[in-house]
Write a protein that binds this ligand. Structure first.
Ligand SMILES: NC(=O)N[C@@H](CC(=O)O)C(=O)O
Ligand SMILES: [Zn+2]
Ligand SMILES: [Zn+2]
Length: 350
């Protein structure tokens, strides 16, 4: 039986760090395990310009614990008023790694997102020219479309036409939740990839709704049927370079989650690696965890994989049920089973 697993340090290709007190509380947990992360720009107000991304990066770096080895990879929040020259300059200076498309109203803090894709065409064409990837929250917002079908409808109505119109654009379909998305991404060339979250490998929609409603499992895109969870597990553990880890760790305080209209998001920064080791071992694919968590993402983004290693060992991790922040308590995602892998204490970077 494998007792330890040493892999290159992983990166998180989709992470919400928030700002202020929440940033200070959650950042050390990501920095302890991950070398780099794509930082989502859906603050209030959103991170739209290069200047705003530079200021946000400074706040993140200032909140890093002493000695942490962590690089935030910044993104810009695409709006219908985004200036292609500002985007190109932010890319040329090395400040931003991607631009994020939120269909307006699709998810947390997406009100300033895009309503009409034609209005962002010039920016997308510029991004294709300079090789700057677009990360997409892939759900339509049409109230006529059932929430469980919104990802699939996005592929047909938005993503496929977009890729046809701007063929050179590199796209990451974020936090995919359906076998349809797995098949679509897998059959594309190297210009399309997908992130898969920790929680979508673990829960299906029954976990949210059967036997009582569990707000801490509510995230967007909402978890789907079991067959979709199995397709995601197969994709993640296959080693296929189209798929890599984006935890979508999305902290909200308990009062914000536990109310008549609760926020979407699962907080997985603390226990992602123990959960992934568990899932990959259950799938007989421990030797492919490194591809998913540490190799496929850098390859898509044209970056070198991290040289330092991290070691996982077979032992129950000591993970709290929640953390306290000056904004209020935040519940840690509960996988619903006892974990049997932990990050070796000396492997943590802080
Ligand atoms: N995934 C979520 O359920 N929530 C994210 C937004 C997002 O990634 O869609 C958040 O910012 O809280
Ligand atoms: Zn999203
Ligand atoms: Zn997210």
């Amino acid at each position: 039986m494998t007792r330890t697993l040493t892999i290159r340090r992983p990166d998180d290709w989709h992470l919400h760090l928030r700002d202020g007190a929440m940033l200070r509380a959650v950042l050390p947990h990501s920095a302890a395990h991950f070398a780099r992360a794509i930082i989502m720009p859906n603050l209030v107000p959103p991170v739209v310009t290069g200047a705003e991304a530079a200021a946000y990066r400074d706040r993140i770096l200032a909140a890093l614990p002493e000695g942490a080895d962590f690089t935030p990879l910044m993104t810009l929040y695409l709006t219908e008023d985004t200036d292609a020259r500002d985007v190109a300059a932010a890319h040329a200076s090395g400040l931003v790694t991607a631009v994020k498309l939120y269909p307006a109203g699709a998810t947390t803090n997406s009100a300033s997102g895009v309503r009409d894709m034609d209005r962002v065409r010039p920016v997308l064409e510029r991004m294709a020219e300079i090789g700057l990837p677009l990360c997409v929250h892939g759900e339509v917002t049409d109230p006529e479309v059932d929430i469980f079908d919104r990802e699939s409808a996005f592929i047909d109505r938005v993503l496929d036409p977009l890729r046809a119109r701007v063929p050179g654009l590199r796209v990451v379909m974020e936090h995919i939740t359906t076998s349809r998305a797995v098949d679509y991404v897998r059959s594309a060339g190297s210009g399309l990839a997908a992130t898969i979250t920790t929680h979508h490998l673990v829960i299906n929609r029954n976990h949210i709704l059967a036997g009582g409603i569990r707000p801490h499992y509510y995230c967007l895109p909402v978890a789907k049927r079991e067959e979709h969870r199995l397709a995601l597990r197969a994709a993640a553990t296959s080693g296929d370079a189209h798929f890599f880890l984006g935890t979508d760790s999305a902290p909200h305080t308990d009062p914000a989650k536990l109310q008549p209209c609760g926020c979407a998001g699962c907080f997985t920064a603390l226990n992602t690696l123990p959960i992934l080791a568990h899932v990959f071992e259950d799938e007989g694919a421990l030797e492919r965890l490194e591809s998913f968590a540490s190799l496929n993402g850098p390859a898509f983004y044209g970056l070198a994989p991290n040289a330092p290693r991290i070691t996982l060992e077979r032992a129950a991790p000591d993970i709290p049920a929640g953390i306290d922040t000056d904004d209020g308590p935040v519940t840690v995602f509960d996988p619903g089973f006892p974990l049997r892998w932990r990050v070796a204490p000396e492997s943590s970077s802080c």
